[in-house]
Write a protein that binds this ligand. Structure first.
Ligand code: HMG
Ligand code: MG
Length: 302
């Protein structure tokens, strides 16, 4: 399995969108810069969503403008509708992500519309993005379980993935929003979706609520999936996914991949430093096991 894996760092967006402590634009820019400095080339920097829904993402335009001088980096931002698209373009976004769900209840809670209505909102966004030369990623939430409906059938995920792919999303990221998946379910899901969207165009976006995310990623990699979304320090969560914890930690993913002989290009000490700074700001130690282990080692002077 020693080939290339692409990491999409979502800490500055997914990681911070659920935090109670407000993080200033300057600190968010510094966090993104530190992640890029640690060797992460795709960093999701913010979201052009309703400030009433997610006040933490206010200032995303300034964050994007503040970091957009990096020529070799991709800096995706979330966009739920045309209004968000226009704001993203005014800020210079070259890569955006639309976000749908595999469950009706989560779609309603998160973006206040049905799955079909969300697709209708994305259609003009995708058409305008195509005309503007902007690439669009497509997220699907609740792929392995929904906080309101429980189990989600793979077919429900396939149905949405097919539509997003046909509409022109270049990559579909499968979100285990509440981190309830287990490896065989993850594998089964990837197999089902890969019947309609090529495996190299699928990404795994697994939250780690039940401690299964690394095992699920490994199962997905065995199926051939090579794109992993993760958040520095294991930050993350969605206000509309009650009880869910953060994304799988980037440190833990990097440690696993490097241990498997898969080079990530990520400088672990720099990544842990970036995590420690943001942990200090939110007043909580990182949940990443690797970051905790390396911090303990450092404190012991080893
Ligand atoms: P709505 O209330 O149905 O929208 O919200 P609306 O069109 O009726 O507009 C209502 C108000 O919002 C209006 O303002 C609009 O101008 C404003 P008012 O007149 O009341 O002052 N508005 C906007 N403002 C800024 N940017 C916009 C925008 N659109 C409307 N783009 C809407 C629908 C989608 C906007 C809202 O529900 C929303 O913003 N939701 C965001 C939810 C969100 O960001 N969730 C977290 C990200 S998804 C996630 O974490 C999952 C993921 O990580 C994968 C996984 O883990 O599963 C990606
Ligand atoms: Mg997420």
């Amino acid at each position: 399995m020693s080939d290339r894996v692409y990491i999409v760092e979502v800490g500055p967006r997914d990681g911070l969108q659920n935090e109670k402590t407000p993080i200033s634009v300057a600190d968010r820019i510094a966090f993104v810069e530190a992640l890029i400095g640690a060797g992460l080339h795709t960093v999701e920097v913010g979201a052009f969503v309703s400030p009433k829904a997610i006040p933490q993402m206010v200032g995303s335009a300034e964050v994007l403008r503040g970091v957009s001088h990096h020529v070799n980096c991709e800096l995706p931002v979330l966009v739920p509708n045309e209004k968000g698209y226009e704001a993203s373009q005014a800020a210079g976004a070259k890569l955006i992500a639309v976000f749908a769900a595999a469950s009706e209840s989560f779609s309603r809670a998160n973006i206040n519309c049905s799955i079909a209505e969300s697709i209708d909102r994305f259609k003009p966004v995708l058409a305008r993005a195509k005309a503007d030369g902007v690439r669009v990623r497509g997220y699907i939430s609740t792929v392995l379980g929904c906080p309101y409906e429980g189990e989600i059938k793979p077919q429900a995920v396939v149905d949405v993935a097919k539509v997003l792919w046909e509409l022109g999303c270049y990559e579909i990221s499968l979100g285990d929003t509440i981190g309830v998946g287990t490896p065989l379910k993850a594998r089964h899901l990837l197999r089902a979706v890969a019947g309609h969207v090529p495996m190299p165009k699928l990404a795994m976006h697994f939250h780690d609520t039940y401690g299964q995310a690394l095992a699920n990623l490994y199962a997905g990699m065995e199926e051939g999936c090579r794109v992993i979304d993760s958040a520095a320090g294991g930050l993350g969560g969605c206000p509309y996914a009650p009880g869910a914890t953060g994304n799988v930690a980037t440190e833990d993913v990097v440690y696993m991949l490097e241990g498997m002989g898969i080079a990530t290009g990520v400088d672990m000490p720099k990544l842990v430093t970036a995590t420690n700074v943001v942990s200090g700001l939110i007043g909580r130690p990182p949940v990443s096991r690797v970051a905790a282990a390396l911090n303990a080692k450092m404190r012991a002077g080893k």
